[in-house]
Ligand binder design. Structure first.
Ligand code: NAD
Length: 305
């Protein structure tokens, strides 16, 4: 448990990589660059330099020591695991880096366990930039044995590995983090919108917030005001970054999980409703910080209370 730092390993592994999208493709490319042999499969027509694309998911697992998945959601993950687990080599390890609901993660672990395979859930934080730079944070749910086996690969794709607990714990930590992120981004946008309407200069307000008790990641690192704070999607016409619909996906996962365990999360629930309205009202495809201009343009009483 806790934060683990391990030394880099140079042993070459045979890896099957399923899901070569925005995140999967650069993660797989980094494994190739580190000298691993990677075979890739995706239902879409994608190519990644250095990766032999195979035509069937079975070919992506046959003869592989590790099979990595980076897929859109839990239903797809379960369907893929149902197909691949019987095809995996004895002793193979399954590493899922997708963000999925905790129920699907637990079921995926069970499928692997029933077949005598080790499995790891290791959702990531850091976005496409982190995937490309190999600086992701991995939140890991696994046994010590399983984590030890995948650590050399996680070190190639990321910078920080946090062992959160047994199977499923990585997904649990991820949704707690992203629920907090959604809530704090909305609160940050509200503070800057209110400040503007009170006649405050955004740069001055940033200087106060980023050094006072209101400081938080959306203020200090990812400021939603164009031209203020470090470079962020706000400086690029709110191109993602982290798309609003992905924020909504994670907030919904947090609320489903909260319902299952009877946790009271009123702010998370409200954030989920606000992002749903934002995404459906034209925010789809924009960065999740683009709530700021939408909020500033709206008037009190129009919505939200
Ligand atoms: P994406 O949609 O770009 O990639 C998913 C890929 O999976 C696509 O290429 C798709 O064709 C492929 N796919 C779908 N069904 C498949 C199947 N049955 N077999 C094989 N391939 C299949 O999504 P992404 O942005 O790469 O995100 C992947 C995961 O990472 C998601 O769970 C997401 O929530 C999570 N995540 C994304 C970000 C981000 O900034 N994009 C950050 C952190 C976590």
């Amino acid at each position: 448990m806790g934060i683990c730092f391990y030394h880099k390993s140079i042993s070459r592994m045979r890896i099957g990589f399923i899901g070569l999208g925005n995140m999967g493709a650069p993660m797989a490319a980094n494994l190739v660059a580190a000298g691993h042999q990677v075979v890739g499969f995706d239902t879409a027509d994608v190519t990644v330099e250095g990766i032999s694309k195979v035509a069937t998911v079975t070919e992506a697992v046959k003869g592989m020591e590790v099979v990595i998945t980076m897929l859109p959601d839990g239903a797809i993950l379960k369907a893929v695991y149902t197909d691949i687990v019987p095809q995996c080599e004895t002793g193979a390890l399954l590493l899922d880096c997708s963000t999925v609901d905790t129920g699907s993660a637990t079921e995926a672990h069970k499928l692997a366990q029933l077949a005598g395979l080790l499995s790891v859930d290791a959702p990531v934080s850091g976005g496409i930039g982190g995937a490309t730079a190999g600086t992701l944070t991995f939140m890991v749910g696994a046994t010590d044995d399983a984590l030890e086996r995948v650590t050399p690969l996680l070190e190639v794709m990321g910078q920080r590995i946090v062992h959160c607990g047994a199977g499923g714990a990585g997904q649990a930590a991820k949704i707690c983090n992203n629920m907090l992120l959604g809530v704090s981004m909305l609160a940050t946008c509200e503070a800057f919108s209110l400040g503007e309407k009170l006649g405050l200069d955004a740069q001055r307000l940033f200087e106060v917030l980023s050094t006072s008790s209101g400081s938080c990641w959306p203020v200090n690192t990812y400021c939603p005001v164009p031209g203020v704070g470090p470079h962020s999607p706000a400086d690029n016409d709110y191109m993602p970054g982290f798309a609003a619909e992905l924020m909504l996906k994670d907030l919904r996962l947090s609320q489903n999980a909260a319902e299952q365990v009877d946790a009271h999360t009123p702010m998370g629930s409200h954030a989920s409703a606000l992002y749903e309205r934002f995404v459906e009202g034209g925010g789809h495809g924009k960065d999740f910080s683009a709530v700021l201009p939408a909020l500033t343009a709206s008037r009190r009483g129009q919505s939200d209370e």
